[in-house]
Write a protein that binds this ligand. Structure first.
Ligand SMILES: Nc1ncnc2c1ncn2[C@@H]1O[C@H](COP(=O)(O)OP(=O)(O)OP(=O)(O)O)[C@@H](O)[C@H]1O
Ligand SMILES: [Mg+2]
Length: 439
């Protein structure tokens, strides 16, 4: 059902338009002022707003239009104008209104225009959902209960504005979760702006983040917006917190507190509204203890923590991720690689993946490129996977020899042998049993 919000300060005008739209089977709500309209909109169940260009003293229809588009650019707005205000209406179309209708409003035109606007709205949300699904970043594999918990928590937090700190070893998917917070949240009107301060030379960091004014330094030929302003109304993703230089942590903290940006060489400040998501692959407490992360900055950022467990703690995800990457990558090289043979499956399952999902993804990418047949074999996988297995086989004859040496040196006195090896007697007995050594 099409959900319409009618805004007009004249009750009878509103009522007559409402009757027309209700007759068309639409759900209609009414507001007598811009403020009332915005209050009703915060419930989120409106497709189309029809508003008079002239409202109350505090806000006209154009201002209401801007406020609506700022909150949700997918809500379509139709303006009603008297003859004297057509110029205003044309400006409004330029700033995103769907259409304008002149008074007296023809009931048939009203109904059709609202219906078309609602269609466009439905289309734009479909496109957005599709885009989110196609963009690989939105596709998150989560078979394990642990990862499902992380995803559920992220989706729950997506609509709020509170700061989230994502922690997890490198390659676990911190940026992916940060993007999920953005894609599922209500800041899609703005951008997702990732900033990795460690990757930027300290000298240009400030102008990159805060922007600069023409002439601020040699080479500043024109005004340039900084990344913080780029993230206005969107999500700012501060990656690798511990790598941000101290002076910049102080400046960022001030920015987070007052929401103001002053470009290098500029005199005026600009208000910037961002939601902050931060990440670190180390323990933030350790970083504070080591002095790389300032405590005041950390306190401001550590509102909600989302911890992504390393891949070795969620073995249920390994197989599904491997298949996911195989599907995606073989589609990219336009060649059918159907799966993994038994040996390759075993290596993938048994490896500890210290580089987490990123390492797994790289391994599969390499394997897809190397493989000649329609399945991945052990030979296509990086050597590290089979070496890790072989190493544990090598350790065992080693250990057996050490046990035998110690026993011989102790003339087969087990208590003495245990002391020589620096292990307890019960451990020695267990190891002797494992290696089938009697004596
Ligand atoms: N659960 C998952 N499902 C699908 N793809 C994933 C998943 N987790 C991670 N990836 C993929 O693995 C790669 C690494 O993820 P991401 O960059 O988010 O990790 P990170 O924790 O930010 O790593 P780093 O610390 O190295 O920056 C990306 O290509 C990402 O798309
Ligand atoms: Mg990252």
């Amino acid at each position: 059902m099409i959900r319409v919000l009618l805004v007009d300060d004249h009750g009878n005008v509103r009522r007559s338009m409402a009757l027309v739209l209700e007759h068309e089977g639409m759900a209609v709500r009414e507001a007598a002022s811009a403020a009332e309209a915005l209050a009703l909109l915060s419930n989120g169940d409106t497709d189309v707003v029809v508003t008079d260009v002239r409202l109350d003293r505090d806000a006209d229809g154009a201002a209401l239009l801007r406020a609506i588009k700022e909150r949700d650019p997918e809500i379509e707005v139709i303006l009603i104008t008297a003859f004297g205000t057509i110029d205003q209406a044309v400006d409004a179309i330029k700033s995103g209104a769907y259409e304008y209708l002149t008074k007296p409003v023809d009931p048939g035109r009203l109904a059709i225009t609202v219906r078309r606007a609602a269609e466009r709205r439905a289309l734009s949300s479909e496109v957005r959902l599709l885009r989110a699904e196609i963009g690989n970043e939105a596709e998150i594999i989560a078979r394990s209960a642990a990862m499902q918990g992380v995803v559920r928590e992220a989706v729950r937090l997506a609509d709020s504005d509170s700061t989230v700190l994502v922690t997890g070893e490198s390659g676990t998917g911190k940026e992916l979760i940060a993007r999920l917070l953005y894609l599922r949240g209500n800041r899609r009107a703005g951008k997702f702006v990732p900033i990795n301060c460690g990757a930027l030379p300290e000298t240009i960091l400030e102008s990159e983040l805060f922007g600069y004014q023409k002439g601020a330094f040699t080479g500043a030929l024109a005004d340039r917006k900084g990344l913080l302003e780029e993230a206005h109304q969107g999500v700012l993703f501060l990656d690798e917190l511990g790598e941000i230089p101290h002076a910049m942590q102080v400046r960022l903290l001030r920015f987070l507190q007052d929401g103001e940006v002053r470009p290098v060489g500029g005199a005026e400040t600009r208000r910037v509204d961002v939601r902050l998501v931060a990440a670190t692959h180390r323990s933030p407490e350790d970083e504070v203890a080591a002095g790389t992360l300032r405590q005041d900055f950390y306190y401001r950022i550590n509102v909600i923590q989302l911890r992504i467990p390393p891949l070795r703690e969620r073995p249920e995800d390994v197989r599904a991720l491997a298949e996911h990457f195989l599907r995606r990558l073989s589609a990219r090289v336009r060649r059918q690689v159907l799966g993994f043979d038994d040996e390759a499956s075993r290596l993938i399952r048994e490896y500890a993946w210290p580089g987490n999902v990123r390492e797994l993804q790289n391994a599969i990418e390499r394997a897809v490129n190397l493989s000649s047949g329609d399945v991945i074999t052990a030979a296509d996988l990086p050597a590290a996977l089979s070496l890790a297995g072989r190493r544990s086989v090598e350790v065992e004859p080693d250990e057996r020899q050490r046990l035998l040496d110690a026993l011989q040196g102790a003339r087969w006195n087990r208590a003495h042998a245990a002391a020589r090896l620096g292990i307890s007697r019960s451990t020695l007995w267990r190891k002797l049993r494992e290696h089938r050594i009697d004596g």
